[in-house]
Write a protein that binds this ligand. Sequence first.
Ligand SMILES: CC(C)(COP(=O)(O)OP(=O)(O)OC[C@H]1O[C@@H](n2cnc3c(N)ncnc32)[C@H](O)[C@@H]1OP(=O)(O)O)[C@@H](O)C(=O)NCCC(=O)NCCS
Length: 147
Amino acid sequence: MIVDIRQLAPHETLPIRLAILRPGMPPESAAFDGDEEASTQHFGAFLEDELVGVSSIYLAPLPGSSVAAAWQLRGMATLPHVRGLGIGGALLEACARAVLTSRGKLLWCNARAGAVAFYAKHGWHTIGEEFEIPTAGAHFRMARQLS
Ligand SMILES: CC(C)(COP(=O)(O)OP(=O)(O)OC[C@H]1O[C@@H](n2cnc3c(N)ncnc32)[C@H](O)[C@@H]1OP(=O)(O)O)[C@@H](O)C(=O)NCCC(=O)NCCS
């Protein structure tokens, strides 16, 4: 299996985000603030030219932290038929590499409770208590120090 991770234009992330992260919600709910910022980077995982997973990184401070050069991961999703093959992990690593290339030091996210084990496997740790996002359920803030 050869997975190819490529940069995407912002709009290319929307179908997978909508299907996996915003099912049943209006299409505009899949677009995030900052998607079009020059610093933002979007990644897609391709399996034989089929786009099967997406992730995006945004230059954004970690709330409550003074660490400069922090980036937020959002819109992390893979299609159900390719899960468990390492594709989500490959996207995460591509994001970490891109942050390092941009001289970033920290990558953080608001992780769905169900995805905490996935991030932990890739060197992320939780910060603080569980919290609720009204449309998306229980979350933990998680981060990975990159330097
Ligand atoms: C989380 C997600 C991106 C992982 O993608 P993936 O392509 O399956 O990732 P990988 O194959 O690299 O890693 C799978 C590993 O992560 C863990 N994992 C993945 N999804 C998990 C889940 N929902 N619950 C618990 N563990 C999970 C598994 O332990 C698995 O480990 P294993 O290989 O030891 O079995 C994918 O499950 C997904 O899109 N889920 C729905 C959307 C979502 O929750 N996104 C994260 C928002 S914060």
